[in-house]
Ligand binder design. Structure first.
Ligand SMILES: Cc1cc2nc3c(=O)[nH]c(=O)nc-3n(C[C@H](O)[C@H](O)[C@H](O)COP(=O)(O)OP(=O)(O)OC[C@H]3O[C@@H](n4cnc5c(N)ncnc54)[C@H](O)[C@@H]3O)c2cc1C
Ligand code: SF4
Ligand code: SF4
Length: 494
């Protein structure tokens, strides 16, 4: 333990965040990390607990607690405190493929599980992670790791999100020849075309892809597997296939008027904006505009929050975010003790921006849409809402949210964004490979395994786990790579 009294001497300090009214003028990242010496003090706050829940990555009460990658958090924090940046970087790469992504977008399961929560504030492990990886890049320590020996085995990875990238990195470093197929025009999956640029600057992905290309991974964009190339062709050309296609089936809102113009799924909306930003800095105007519109976002989660922040940057007149469920408590309840994941109300960057610009939280709880009203040109103009209340289903005993009679209201809605979650894998890919599915249409495997019902075809990420997080996708990619390697070589040292 670096500094036994560190957690008593130093308060938690985190990056400087640009004021909401300033940051909405651009699409850049808006956090300025602490200076190195200040970050080192944050490392000193870690108590190197005997039982470090921060790195446990276990399920407690149905939710993950601690880092799913089992990052060596106490050791990393200690190395940060002592300024041993190079060793910290080496240690971090033992468990992690892409710290530069998680240090920007991870909800920091490590921090939620940190023992310091009990009496104070958690160690800033996520920002320590950022300091380690960015120091490593700045000092030229992140170099291509080209395998010395090639095995002659060929692996196809379908999908270039974080799970596909982690699979590809690991298998290539082991000496297998890896080709990643991506149907979009750019690599990255939802890192690229879901998560907005202000949360993850897309140059951070490009920097990593360049290194992976130098290591020998081949990337093929604009290839839709199951359409442009058949499963049979892929199975003939490659020894193993790993399906990492995400959970890209959005949940729809099936109410009268749904066919009106200007109602989009959140990811289609967000990706149109990032693509236009990357292609032409918005000069091509090839994106869904929110300018001067009353925007309604359906879904109170993180994707909905990204839609709120994006619509505000694009000049929305107002933004309303609808959430079916009641507001979560502001603090942990007795039923949700540490180190469980805290089920509390989080006000994220988009909501903060809405509060700064419009003077109130954009979220309306226990509310849903019952109808979209359009004008004579077919454009959505208004949304009919109804309040919901929890009611127990007598047959199943389950709590359902049911409409409150007489509670209907109508609000302006000239752009509607549906961020109501995802429903598993896409049928044309799973049909093409004839893999078995779970009842939730995720690709089925035995528990904690990655090979599908079709020998030689593996799966990882959201396509396997269901809609989740970047950190889980990376873990799945690493685990799937290990399974593929073992199936090719008879053992794996990954
Ligand atoms: C708007 C939004 C914001 C999010 N924000 C966060 C966040 O802040 N933090 C966080 O941890 N998580 C976040 N998530 C979740 C996170 O992005 C996902 O859990 C993660 O990206 C899943 O990784 P994946 O590799 O399994 O799939 P994906 O990232 O979905 O990548 C799948 C890739 O496969 C490609 N593909 C699919 N089918 C084919 C095919 N037939 N042929 C070729 N290519 C194909 C797709 O085009 C896509 O590029 C967010 C999700 C969304 C939608
Ligand atoms: S990957 Fe996420 S949970 Fe793991 S240490 Fe980093 S920020 Fe924490
Ligand atoms: S739980 Fe917190 S204080 Fe304990 S080792 Fe982990 S980061 Fe350090």
């Amino acid at each position: 333990m670096g500094k036994p009294t560190g957690f008593l001497e130093y308060k938690r300090e985190t990056a400087k965040v640009e004021a909401p009214k300033d940051r909405i003028k651009h699409f850049n990242e808006f956090r300025t990390p602490l200076k190195k010496e200040e970050q080192q003090k944050q490392g000193a706050r870690c108590m190197e607990c005997g039982v470090p829940f921060c790195q446990a990555g276990t399920m407690i009460a149905g939710m993950a607690s601690g880092c799913p990658l089992h990052n060596l958090v106490p050791e990393l924090n200690d190395l940060v405190y002592h300024g041993n940046w190079e060793q910290a970087y080496t240690r971090l790469t033992k468990t992690h493929c892409f710290p530069e992504f998680t240090c920007r977008v991870c909800p920091a399961l490590c921090e939620a599980a940190c023992t310091c929560n009990l009496d104070s504030q958690p160690v800033s492990t996520k920002e320590n992670e950022r300091a380690i990886i960015e120091t490593a890049y700045a000092n030229g320590w992140v170099t291509p790791r080209i395998p010395k020996v090639r095995t002659g085995k060929k692996v196809a990875v379908v999908g270039s999100g974080p799970s596909g990238l982690a699979t590809a990195m690991q298998l290539n470093r082991r000496g297998h020849q890896v080709t990643v197929f991506e149907r979009k025009d750019r690599i990255g999956g939802l890192l690229r075309y879901g998560i907005p640029n202000m949360k993850l600057d897309k140059s951070v992905i490009d920097r990593r892809i360049k290194l992976m290309e130098e290591e020998g991974v081949v990337f093929k964009t604009g290839v839709d597997v199951g359409k442009d190339i058949t499963a049979k062709e892929l199975q003939k050309d490659f020894d193993r296939i790993v399906l990492c296609c995400g959970a890209s089936n959005p949940r729809d809102i099936k109410v009268p008027g749904r066919e009106a113009n200007n109602i989009f799924f959140a990811v289609d909306y967000l990706s149109s904006i990032t693509k236009s930003l990357l292609d032409s800095n918005f000069k091509d105007k090839n994106f869904v505009s929110a300018k001067g519109k009353h925007v309604v976002v359906i879904g109170g989660g993180d994707t909905g929050n990204d839609c709120v922040g994006t619509a505000i940057r694009l000049g929305a007149k107002s933004v309303t975010q609808l959430e079916m469920m009641p507001k979560a408590p502001d603090e942990r309840t007795e039923m949700n003790p540490w180190p469980e994941w805290p089920r509390i109300c989080k006000t994220d960057y988009g909501q903060e921006e809405a509060i700064a610009v419009f003077g109130h939280d954009p979220r309306i709880y226990q509310t849903t849409v019952t109808e979209f009203i359009k004008d004579d040109k077919g454009n959505v103009q208004k949304a009919k809402l109804v309040k919901l209340e929890p009611k127990k289903d007598e047959k199943t005993g389950r709590m359902n949210m049911v409409p409150v009679e007489g509670s209907e209201t109508i609000i302006e809605a000239q752009l509607v964004l549906i961020a109501a979650g995802f429903l598993g894998s896409q049928k044309y890919v799973t049909d093409a490979f004839k893999v078995d599915l779970t009842p939730r249409t995720n690709v089925a495997t035995k528990p904690d395994q990655y090979e599908t019902s079709v020998p030689g075809v593996f799966t990882a990420g959201d396509m396997h786990r269901g809609q989740s997080l970047v950190v889980w996708a990376i873990r799945e990619g690493r685990k799937a790579a290990e399974a593929v390697d073992a199936s090719l070589m008879g053992y794996s040292n990954l």
